[in-house]
Design a protein around this ligand. Structure first.
Ligand code: PEP
Ligand code: MG
Length: 477
């Protein structure tokens, strides 16, 4: 009637329908407007002939996209999608983290430069360096082919040795564990030589559904992950929602700055039923397996105490059912907020361990959002300001006899590991695919030399300077 083409007519109708849902009085129905838009968007892509789905990707290649949502990653098969380039996003965004777990090389935040790549072009994606080469010369292609073969040979060798512990040349053990978000990743962790799990991101269980998973469903998921670890320790992080992750069923006020808003533990403390259900499911798992608990985004000692009080209520509820729980279940906090890092001395007596969430600690320290492509160079955990905070946390923890892990992306970054070892980090938690090579790297390092290197890096000006120093000193070893 209006003379629009099919795609525009569809789009306008979807928007109108979504707006009608959004204006309803019932909270549940109101949040369904997002579902209408999501389905509408998929149909629109089909109408425009741009649909991207697992079915369309039927031969191996490189996927080029403006952006990839967390939900879309579920459709990606690593055998078909050999590499990914996106216009938006950053190296520590949750999308990048999930792709890393799948072992898919990805370079994000390329902006307009993506438009120079055409359908069917030959492309080299170097995920280690963060570079993309479109239409490479045949010499370059040969060179990369050789490097890829050498990398595969090095990986095979590293994988064979990955089950052994990693000691520095002068005998310091550095525990190497995995970050997981599912049971499949727990299996990959074990196969790659993880000595346990340093971070189980439980929020992936809660995403892409209409109601939160109940206690039984969560218990069964945590138990499956623990079983896959064959008695190795498992650190389960409680729900970290907010920031770039939303749940339609949690009442959530719109926020101007979600990363600075009601996120992580703050949100759990506002939704005590959901929080305690999760704590009970974790405790039930801890009754059978070596489980530790950690809370995300802790900012003040008062929040920590509140979380511990709820944990102890959950404990009594589980114990009242006649379940035997180990008397001591190690409980730690993630250090992701600079203010909490600077109060490490106050937190250390309260906690059993610290785990540094360097992705968030970096974005908050440098006021550079982790998913913002324009700030990718600034949001680098090797910035001396971030390293100083890490040093401060480690020193405070060790003074109180507590151990410190790091579970942000820098734990699996070969340029960061020499410094983290030098700063005295006890445990590195990373995506499973990175474990074999990082263990090999640790075996080449000298702890006392890394202490000197770490100290020198603190006095530099930029993350780039620090990277250059590490390259010069460590590759020369
Ligand atoms: C971090 O912030 O470094 C972290 C490990 O938590 P997440 O990436 O899930 O925010
Ligand atoms: Mg975090």
């Amino acid at each position: 009637d209006s003379g629009h083409n099919g795609a525009l007519a569809w789009h306008l109708t979807v928007e109108q329908t979504a707006a009608e849902y959004a204006s309803l009085g019932n909270e549940y129905l109101r949040t369904r407007s997002a579902d209408v838009r999501e389905v509408g968007g998929r149909v629109l892509l089909n109408l425009l002939g741009h649909a991207v789905s697992g079915d369309n990707l039927n031969r191996p290649g490189i996927l080029i996209a403006t952006d990839i949502g967390l939900g879309e990653i579920a459709h990606i098969d690593p055998k078909v999608v050999l590499g990914i380039c996106t216009g938006q996003g950053g190296a520590t965004s949750h999308t990048a983290i999930l792709l890393g777990n799948l072992g898919i090389p990805a370079v994000m935040g390329l902006g307009d430069r993506l438009s120079t790549i055409g359908e069917g072009d030959m492309v080299i994606v170097d995920g280690d360096k963060g570079t993309v080469i479109a239409k490479p010369s045949s010499e370059m292609l040969d060179d990369y082919q050789r490097r890829l073969e050498a990398l595969h040979a090095e990986r095979d060798q590293a994988r064979r040795e990955s089950l052994a512990l990693a000691f520095t040349r002068d005998g310091k053990w550095v525990e190497v564990v995995a970050n997981i978000g599912s049971t499949a990743e727990a299996k990959a962790a074990t196969a790659n030589g993880a000595e346990g799990v340093g971070l189980y991101r439980t929020e992936f269980l809660f995403l892409a559904r209409q109601i939160p998973p109940g206690e039984d469903e969560q218990f069964s998921a945590y138990r499956d992950a623990a079983l896959a670890l064959e008695k190795r320790p498992l650190i389960i992080r409680t729900l970290d929602i907010g920031g770039d992750k939303f749940l339609p069923y949690l009442r959530y006020e719109a926020e101007a700055n979600p990363f600075l808003g009601v996120r992580g533990l703050r949100l759990s403390l506002q939704h005590r039923d959901i929080f305690k259900t999760q704590l009970r499911a974790i405790l039930l798992t801890a009754a059978e397996f070596p489980v530790r608990i950690m809370f995300p985004m802790v900012t003040t000692p008062a929040e920590w105490r509140e979380a511990i009080a709820l944990l102890s209520e959950a404990r009594s509820e589980v114990a009242d059912r006649g379940v035997y729980l180990p008397p001591r279940i190690e409980t730690g906090m993630m250090v992701e907020v600079p203010g909490a890092a600077l109060q490490a001395e106050q937190f250390a007596p309260l906690v059993d361990f610290f785990s540094i969430g360097s992705n968030d600690l970096t974005q908050y320290t440098l006021a550079a959002e982790r998913g913002n492509a324009a700030l990718a160079t600034l949001a680098d955990g090797l910035h001396p300001a971030v390293l100083r905070l890490i040093q401060y946390i480690v020193e405070a923890a060790h003074r109180h006899g507590k151990w410190v892990g790091i579970c942000g992306e820098m734990a699996g970054d070969a340029a960061a590991v020499p410094l983290l070892v030098g700063l005295g980090i006890d445990e590195l938690s990373m995506n499973a695919a990175a474990i074999p090579l990082i263990k090999q790297l640790i075996r080449t390092l000298d702890y006392s030399a890394m202490q000197v290197l770490a100290k020198a890096s603190l006095t530099l000006e930029t993350a780039g300077d620090v990277r250059a120093l590490v390259m010069e000193q460590v590759s020369g070893e």
